[in-house]
Design a protein around this ligand. Structure first.
Ligand SMILES: Nc1ncnc2c1ncn2[C@@H]1O[C@H](COP(=O)(O)OP(=O)(O)OP(=O)(O)O)[C@@H](O)[C@H]1O
Length: 349
C-alpha cells in the first residue's frame, strides 16, 4: 500500500528552478510516468521522492506521512536506474540477494525470495553468472529483480531501458508492464520516450522546463493535448501544427483553407494528427506539392510544406506518386485541434 502525495513540491538551486510547484496525488498501485525532454526535471522529481535530493518547497507524503526529512532507506522505495549498478564480483544470485542482507532480513527467507524475484524476470538459469557474463537486457533484469526482492511499497524507475537496443527495449518494456500488473506496487517511471510512456502508464505527467504541462491517461494526452508542446511531444509522427489566421470561421494559411472553425477572427495554431486526415477525392482543405513520401509498410506517409512547417498525412500503403506532384488532403474541421497563437494553450474541447 502506498499513496504518494506531492504538495506544491519545488526544487531550486540558487536562482535556478529545476522543478516548479509539482502538485499531484499518485494513487496506490498506480503506474505513473514522468515524460519530457532532457532537463525538464523528471529525474529531480523522482530523486526528491526517493530522498536523494532535498525538497526546497512543499511536502512529499507517502501514505499520509510527510517524508521530507526521512532518509532514503526509511522511505521503503526501490530505485532502478539506467545504469544497472550491479556488483561485478558477485554473481546474479548474490546481486539480487544483496538488499536483503543490507536490510537485515531473516536469512532463512533469502533463498525463496531471490528465487521468486529471479523467476519473475526469467533469470532462473543465470543465477551463477557474473554481470560481465550477461547481456545488457539480462543485466537490466538483474537490476529489476534486485528491486523486486525487497518487496518495496514504491518502485522508482529512471529510464531503465535507455541502455538497451531497440528490440530489447520492446521486450523488456512488455516485461515491466507485466511485472507491474503482477506486483501491483505504486510505480513512478521516468522517460523521455513517448512510446514507453503511452504503453506503460496509467497516467502520464508531461513536463517542460520544470513545469507540469499536463497530467492524464495516455488517451487523454493523445486525444486532447493541453497545449502545442504536448501535442508536438506525443505521437509518432507528432501532431501537425500550422500557424495561420481565422477569418469568418475559415482557417487560412499558405495552401490551407479549412472552414467550420469555431474560433474568433485572429491568429491561431491549428493541429491535426496524420492518421485522422486522408487524401481528398476532390478538392481538399490542404493542397500543395508533395515534399516527401515515406513507405512505412502498413501505410504511406505523404508530407507537404505549409508555410515553414511539414504537414504529414497517412495514406494507403499502395499510394504512389512523385515528389513535386500536387496532392490534396481532406482535413475536416472536426478532426482539428485549436491552440492559442501566442501561448499555445488548447482552445475548447
Ligand atoms: N545539482 C544540480 N545543480 C544545479 N542544477 C541542477 C542540478 N541537478 C540538476 N540540475 C538541473 O535541473 C534541471 C532538471 O534536471 P533533471 O536531471 O531533473 O532533468 P531530466 O528531465 O531528468 O533530464 P534527463 O532526461 O536529461 O535526465 C536541468 O536543467 C539540470 O541541469
Amino acid at each position: 500500500m502506498a499513496e504518494i502525495q506531492l504538495r506544491n513540491v519545488g526544487k531550486r538551486w540558487g536562482s535556478f528552478v529545476g522543478v516548479h510547484n509539482f502538485d499531484l496525488t499518485i494513487a496506490d498501485r498506480e503506474f505513473l510516468v514522468l515524460l519530457g525532454p532532457s532537463g525538464c526535471g523528471k529525474t529531480t522529481t523522482m530523486r526528491m521522492i526517493a530522498g536523494l535530493e532535498d525538497v526546497t518547497e512543499g511536502e512529499i507524503l507517502i501514505d499520509g506521512k510527510v517524508v521530507n526529512d526521512l532518509e532514503p532507506k526509511d522511505r521503503d522505495v526501490a530505485m532502478v536506474f539506467q545504469s544497472y549498478a550491479l556488483y561485478p564480483n558477485m554473481n546474479v544470485y548474490e546481486n539480487i540477494r544483496f538488499p536483503l542482507k543490507v536490510r537485515g532480513i531473516d536469512p532463512a527467507t533469502h533463498d525463496e525470495k531471490v528465487r521468486r524475484a529471479s523467476a519473475m524476470v526469467e533469470l532462473d538459469d543465470f543465477l551463477h553468472r557474473k554481470p560481465a557474463e550477461l547481456s545488457g537486457g539480462q543485466r537490466q533484469r538483474v537490476a529489476l529483480a534486485r528491486a523486486i526482492v525487497r518487496e518495496p511499497n514504491v518502485f522508482l524507475m529512471d529510464e531503465p531501458l535507455s541502455n538497451l537496443d531497440a528490440k530489447l527495449r520492446v521486450s523488456t518494456r512488455a516485461q515491466i508492464k507485466n511485472l507491474s500488473h503482477e506486483l501491483a506496487v505504486t510505480t513512478i517511471y521516468v522517460t523521455h520516450d513517448q512510446i514507453e510512456a503511452m504503453t506503460l502508464a496509467d497516467r502520464v505527467v508531461v513536463m517542460k522546463k520544470g513545469i507540469v504541462q499536463q497530467v492524464g491517461s495516455p488517451t487523454d494526452i493523445y486525444d486532447r493535448p493541453a497545449n502545442t508542446f504536448v501535442a508536438s511531444f506525443i505521437g509518432s509522427p507528432a501532431m501537425n501544427l500550422i500557424e495561420g489566421r481565422v477569418e469568418g470561421g475559415v482557417f487560412r494559411a499558405q495552401h490551407v483553407d479549412i472552414p467550420g472553425i469555431g474560433a474568433p477572427d485572429g491568429p491561431l495554431t491549428l493541429g491535426f494528427r496524420a492518421e485522422d486526415a486522408g487524401l481528398a477525392t476532390g478538392q481538399g482543405q490542404i493542397t500543395a506539392p508533395i515534399y516527401t513520401l515515406e513507405l512505412l509498410g502498413d501505410a504511406t506517409m505523404i508530407s507537404v510544406r505549409v508555410g515553414g512547417a511539414l504537414v504529414s498525412v497517412k495514406a494507403d500503403k499502395s499510394f504512389r506518386a512523385e515528389i513535386g506532384d500536387p496532392v490534396s488532403f481532406s482535413v475536416p474541421s472536426e478532426i482539428c485541434h485549436l491552440f492559442e497563437a501566442g501561448s499555445g494553450a488548447r482552445i475548447g474541447d
